[in-house]
Design a protein. Structure first.
Length: 246
């Protein structure tokens, strides 16, 4: 990947915001923003992977000062063009290691973005970086999917998630290394285009251990932003870890 914006350069930024997608619907964003605002409790919020401001902007509308970290200038430029986008402070860099000034009441990393860190070491570093930014009693929130390994029969490593006459999308898993990739094939005017993004999936218990290594402890885990119970049938989770107050 030669683009300085990583895998989320102008090509992705130009089409990332999709008002019809579930992630951009008010019924999705409102409970996210309400929960994060409650955890901020009048303090500041730090968004890792702030992107186009999908979550930061509605959170800021609730009176929470938000600062973001993101590697992609192209994504941040899209946020700047939106109402209120200029009020969100942004530091360009890798959110696993980039430091910003001050402390925060809540830090959050949503929509599977922890998996953009493609090594366990980088994910561990992210937790430590967040712990260093949190004030005592502050919280770190992650929303991420659970790997769909139950869809893999023996000998198969591919899980398709979109099929149409002009577009095919599928995930490829390596269960030995926890590496995976999301792959997209699209045909436009008879010409095929292929794009792939690498990830590293991570289990809830593994995340809990990363939090412990960073001096944090699990406070809550739900299946969604409305506090749905997390069970063995859940396909994602929202987890909250807390930095001890003393």
């Amino acid at each position: 990947m030669d683009d300085e914006d990583g895998y989320f350069g102008e090509r992705v930024a130009a089409t990332y915001d999709n008002p019809s997608a579930r992630e951009f619907q008010p019924e999705t964003l409102a409970p996210m923003a309400e929960l994060l605002a409650g955890l901020a409790a009048g303090g500041r919020a730090l968004e890792l992977g702030v992107g186009t401001g999908r979550v930061a902007l509605p959170l800021a509308e609730r009176g929470v000062p938000v600062h973001g970290i993101d590697l992609s200038r192209a994504m941040v430029a899209r946020m700047r063009d939106k109402p209120g986008g200029d009020a969100i402070g942004v530091t360009i860099g890798d959110f696993a290691t980039t430091r910003v000034d001050g402390t925060f009441s809540v830090a959050y990393l949503v929509f599977n973005t922890i998996m953009n860190l493609t090594t366990q070491a980088a994910q561990v570093a992210c937790f430590r970086n967040v712990a260093d930014h949190l004030a005592p009693g502050g919280c770190f929130v992650i929303e991420t999917m659970l790997p769909e390994l139950r869809k893999l029969p023996a000998g198969q490593d591919v899980v398709p998630f979109h099929v149409s006459p002009t577009r095919w999308s599928f995930d490829v898993y390596d269960v030995a290394t926890q590496e995976m990739s999301s792959n997209y094939v699209e045909v436009v005017d008879g010409r095929g285009d292929y794009w792939s993004v690498p990830f590293r999936y991570v289990w809830p218990a593994e995340l809990d251990l990363m939090a412990q290594l960073a001096g944090m402890r699990l406070r809550e885990r739900w299946a969604g932003w409305k506090g749905e119970p997390f069970t063995s049938e859940s396909d994602r989770h929202v987890s909250v870890w807390e930095k001890p107050a003393h």
